[in-house]
Design a protein around this ligand. Structure first.
Ligand code: NAP
Length: 494
């Protein structure tokens, strides 16, 4: 009998008003139900937002260093529970344990980093035009934040939103992806244990349309922080725009690695392998295109193929698995359909291209690591986000052409170049139109102290993580203090 998990509203664990639940399945074996979660509706959302609204006054008046102390306690509890949190995450999301440990570690890093921000949160002091007058700017919370998160980083992405939002004095209602509600619930439980006051953080689980949409539309929401597909992000954006509400979007990617003729090929192959097949290709920063200089194409392809064929697929909990399953059956079918499209478009299928069966895999959503060669930059498999273990190899003649191919995309999240030539590296940094660029390293592996996000269809100009997150979760207030004790004439003339 699967355990039932509840919403967290105003400091209490509550069933949804409708009494309906949905099942959370293990993608490595769809027969295993990990738990039943609340199918929340607009009434549950309303209750959660009202609780967050009510808690706003108390929380914004709790000093930032005090808020930071609670976040430090969250960090310590995350450290203590890291292994069990990672195991839960592998069970519900599928990625291998090394990666889910990394996911929890990102939450830990973000917790410590944000807690420290409670004693910084820098504003500005600038000179005044007048004597006896002081000018400064201070950061204010935005208010009640709606956080909507995807399933591929089930704890890291909620943490990128929750920690910066909370340290800056906002209160939050979070709706996690329906494929991975457990990891977010585990995180919320830790906030509860750390002593976060009731109503400051609320969790409602449920579908995008039934729970997410009423949350976005609720009149007391001041800011929506969304991470997910570009398709859903544009719906969220249009609803927010109509209500003149702030929104921050982190969306899809079609990331690329450039391999130049002077590259260390063994290093480049390793980077491509983990960029393309880590998290079973379901990272927003996954490498799904590799643009290879024609002079090294033959050798690079041979090494890559050899390495890809050696990858071991299996349950992410097993130490013998390099690559876990896809998150659900729909995702498996979507990846399969893209492999068919690739063949129809005339790309050369070098390996994979199909659902992976075999011992220990017959009830899971496994997919063979796939490589297409002879891919033209305009093919759909080179343009659209597949979000699976499918790599497109594209040939190029020089750096300028490679950069043009990378930039010929509706997305702009992550890019990378392997080269020994410092001039080429700097040219790439300057001209690749992506929010993140790596040199001699894969498209993955962001650190929380730098801004995270992308250009074009990947985002709307905001960044998460680092001090950039403060721009999302705070409002500026400019303060003028006149201690002259008189009406200064220049004030009236301005
Ligand atoms: P998704 O389908 O867009 O869902 C994201 C979240 O939005 C989920 O919680 C979903 O709920 C909810 N949602 C769906 N429809 C909604 C609606 N109409 N109104 C409000 N909320 C709604 O994305 P996903 O499949 O979970 O995640 C994969 C995508 O996320 C990929 O495109 C990936 O590139 C992107 N991503 C981007 C970043 C980044 O930082 N740029 C990071 C990670 C992932 P349900 O789960 O209940 O449908």
């Amino acid at each position: 009998m699967a355990k039932t998990f509840k919403n967290f509203i105003d400091g209490q664990w509550k069933s949804s008003r409708s009494g309906e639940t949905f099942s959370n399945l293990n993608p490595a074996d769809n027969r295993i139900v990990l738990g039943k979660f609340q199918q929340s509706n607009a009434k549950d959302v309303n209750e959660a937002v009202q609780a967050a609204d009510k808690a706003q006054k108390l929380w914004r008046n709790t000093t930032a260093p005090k808020r930071g102390e609670i976040l430090y306690r969250v960090a310590e509890l995350l450290v203590k529970n890291k292994e069990s949190l990672a195991q839960d995450m592998t069970r519900e999301m599928g990625k291998v344990l090394a990666e889910t440990r990394g996911d929890v570690q990102e939450a830990i890093d973000m917790a410590y980093y944000s807690a420290g921000e409670g004693r910084r949160m820098l504003g500005e002091t600038v000179p005044s035009e007048l004597n006896d007058k002081f000018c400064m700017s201070v950061r204010m919370p935005v208010g009640v934040v709606a956080a909507i998160t995807p399933w591929n980083f089930p704890m890291a992405i909620p943490s990128w939103k929750l920690f910066p939002a909370l340290i800056t004095g906002n209160t939050v209602v979070i709706k996690p992806a329906s494929d991975t509600p457990l990891s977010c619930l585990n995180l919320v439980k830790i906030f509860e244990q750390a002593g976060l006051p009731p109503g400051v953080l609320n969790l409602v689980t449920g579908s995008g349309t039934g729970t997410g949409m009423p949350l976005v539309d609720h009149p007391s929401i001041d800011l929506v922080s969304f991470t997910g597909s570009t398709e859903t992000g544009s719906i969220v954006a249009s609803h927010c725009a109509k209500k003149m509400r702030q929104y921050s979007l982190e969306m899809g990617g079609k990331n690329a690695i450039i391999v130049m003729d002077d590259a260390n090929l063994n290093l480049a192959v390793e980077g491509v392998i983990w960029g393309a097949y880590g998290t079973t290709g379901q990272r927003c920063t996954a490498c799904s295109r590799v643009i290879v200089h024609h002079k090294v194409m033959k050798k690079f392809t041979r090494l890559l193929l050899q390495r890809t064929k050696a990858l071991r697929l299996g349950d992410g909990l097993l130490a013998t698995s390099d690559v876990g399953p896809l998150v659900n059956e729909d995702q498996q079918q979507k990846v399969l359909s893209y492999c068919k499209i690739g063949v129809e478009e005339g790309a050369k299928l070098l390996t994979g291209g199909n659902i992976a069966k075999g011992k220990g895999r017959s009830h899971g959503n496994f997919f063979q690591p796939t490589i297409f060669a002879d891919v033209a930059p305009k093919m759909r498999i080179a343009q659209e986000e597949i979000f699976g273990p499918v790599l497109a190899i594209i040939s190029c003649r020089n750096l300028e052409r490679a950069i043009a191919i990378v930039n010929d995309s509706q997305f702009g999240l992550s890019s990378s170049i392997y080269t020994q030539d410092v001039n080429r590296a700097f040219k790439a940094i300057e001209t690749l139109d992506t929010g993140i660029t790596y040199i001699n390293s894969s498209t993955i592996g962001a650190e929380i102290q730098l801004p995270f996000g992308g250009t074009k269809g990947t985002g709307n100009g905001h960044r998460e993580a680092g001090t950039a997150a403060l721009e999302v979760f705070t409002e500026w207030k400019s303060v003028y203090i006149d201690y002259s004790g008189k009406l200064q004439k220049a004030q009236i003339e301005d």
